[in-house]
Design a binder for this molecule. Structure first.
Ligand SMILES: *Cc1c(COP(=O)(O)O)cnc(C)c1O
Length: 369
C-alpha cells in the first residue's frame, strides 16, 4: 500500500533543540513544555527526548497529563500549569509529587476547604505549590497586591511543601519591542525580591530574547523547532524541525487556460498548466485557510498550493517541476519551515503542530530515537 500523509517526529532534533535551550538557560533548570500532546509530537515521544537531553522537569496543562507521564515512568518534576480544581486533584498531587500552580483565588479557597476537611487519617505527604503572578498579561494569575495573602494561605496548609514558588508569563516576549516584557520583568522583581521559594518566568521567546532570570525556564515551541518570535526564522536560532509532514502526489494532470481549480474556483489557470494533487488536507490538519501561494515542496523543489484546501487533497502548481504520481510532497519539515506555512495561513506554528489529525498522530513515525 502506498503511504499517503504521514507524520515523522525527529527525536534527534528535539534533543538538539533542548540543547539550544540549555545553553540559553545557563544554570537555570528547564521545565520542557509538553502540553497538548507534546505540541502534537506525542507527549511520551517529546518527554523521552527532552529527558534524554537533560530536562529536569516538564510543564503540562492539567493533572491528567501529569498522571499520564507518571504512568509512563517519568519521575521528573511536573509543573501543572492550570493547577488543581478540586480536592481529588490535590490528593493526586500529593500521591504523584506534582508541582501545582495556583493562579486564581477560587483555587486557594478550594485548597483551604480541602485542607480543613482532610482530618487526621489523611496522608502526611505534600505537594509543591507555585503562585502565578499577573505581571500584565491579565490572563491567569494573581495581582501583586494579593500575593502575600495567597502565600500565607498556602503556607498554612500542611499538605503544601515549604517554600512556595513564584512564576509569571509574558504576553509579548515574541515581539521586537522589549518594552512590555521589560515592564513585566520589573513587576515580577518587585514581588520576587526576598522571595524564599523558586521562581520561573521564561517561555521560549523570553529565554532566547530577554534577560529575565529565574530559577526555572519553561520553553515550549523552540524545543519543537518552531520560531518563538514573530520575526526572523527558527534556523537563525539553530533550531531544527521536530515535525515533518509529508505525503505523495496521487495525480498529475493538465488544466486548460482559464480553468478554475477546486471548490469555489478560487484559482484560475493563467495558462495551460501542470497541476498535482497531493494527498493531504484539513482532515489531516493541513490549514484550510492556506491561500494560493502557500509554499509546499515537491521532489525537493519549493512550489505553492493553488485552489482551496479540501479534506484530504490539496492542488499544487507543477509548472517547471518534473513530477509523477507517487512522488514525495513535503508540507513542512527540514526543507520547509512550518513557520512559513503558518505565516501564509495567518496562524502560528503552535496551532499547526497541535491540530495534526488523530490518525496521523497515532501512526507517527519516530526517527533517531
Ligand atoms: C505553553 C506555556 C509555556 C511555553 O511557551 P512557548 O511559547 O511554547 O515557549 C510556558 N509557560 C506557560 C505558562 C505556558 O502555558
Amino acid at each position: 500500500m502506498m503511504r499517503r500523509a504521514r507524520l515523522t517526529i525527529d527525536a534527534a532534533a528535539l534533543r538538539h533543540n533542548l540543547g539550544v535551550a540549555r545553553r540559553a538557560a545557563g544554570p537555570r533548570r528547564i521545565f520542557a513544555a509538553i502540553k497538548a500532546d507534546g505540541y502534537g509530537h506525542g507527549m511520551q515521544t517529546a518527554a523521552s527526548a527532552f529527558a534524554a537531553a537533560g530536562a529536569e522537569g516538564f510543564a503540562v496543562a492539567t493533572p491528567g497529563e501529569a498522571l499520564a507521564l507518571r504512568g509512563a515512568g517519568f519521575d521528573q518534576r511536573l509543573l501543572v500549569l492550570q493547577g488543581a480544581l478540586d480536592a481529588e486533584e490535590m490528593e493526586l498531587a500529593i500521591e504523584h509529587s506534582l508541582d501545582l500552580v495556583f493562579h486564581d483565588l477560587a483555587q486557594i479557597r478550594e485548597l483551604g476547604r480541602w485542607c480543613a476537611n482532610r482530618g487526621r487519617g489523611a496522608s502526611r505527604g505534600h505537594f509543591r505549590a507555585w503562585l502565578k503572578l499577573d505581571t500584565g498579561m491579565h490572563r491567569a494569575g494573581l495581582m501583586p497586591a494579593m500575593i502575600e495573602e495567597a502565600r500565607a494561605r498556602l503556607e498554612n496548609c500542611p499538605a503544601v511543601a515549604d517554600r512556595v514558588g513564584l512564576m509569571t508569563h509574558f504576553a509579548r516576549a515574541d515581539e521586537p519591542d522589549p518594552a512590555d516584557t521589560r515592564a513585566q520583568i520589573d513587576r515580577f522583581a518587585g514581588v520576587a525580591t526576598g522571595w524564599n521559594g523558586e521562581t520561573s518566568l521564561c517561555n521560549s521567546a523570553a529565554l532566547l530574547g530577554h534577560d529575565a532570570g529565574g530559577d526555572w525556564v519553561r520553553p515550549g515551541i523552540m524545543l519543537y523547532g518552531g520560531n518563538p518570535f514573530i520575526f526572523g526564522q527558527a534556523a537563525d536560532r539553530d533550531l531544527r524541525a521536530g515535525m515533518h509532514l509529508r505525503t505523495v502526489l496521487v495525480a498529475v494532470r493538465e488544466v486548460p487556460r482559464g480553468g478554475s481549480i477546486g471548490y469555489g474556483g478560487r484559482f484560475i489557470a493563467p495558462e495551460r498548466m501542470a497541476v498535482g494533487i497531493a494527498a493531504v488536507g484539513y482532515g489531516d490538519g493541513y490549514p484550510r485557510h492556506a491561500p494560493d501561494g502557500t509554499p509546499i515542496r515537491v521532489n525537493g523543489q519549493t512550489t505553492r498550493i493553488i485552489g482551496r484546501v479540501s479534506m484530504d487533497m490539496v492542488t499544487v502548481d507543477l509548472r517547471g517541476i518534473e513530477a509523477r504520481v507517487g512522488d514525495e510532497v513535503e508540507c513542512w519539515g527540514d526543507g520547509l519551515p512550518i513557520d512559513s506555512v503558518a505565516r501564509s495561513a495567518g496562524t502560528i506554528s503552535y496551532e499547526l503542530m497541535c491540530r495534526m489529525g488523530s490518525e496521523l498522530r497515532a501512526e507517527a513515525r519516530v526517527i533517531n530515537a
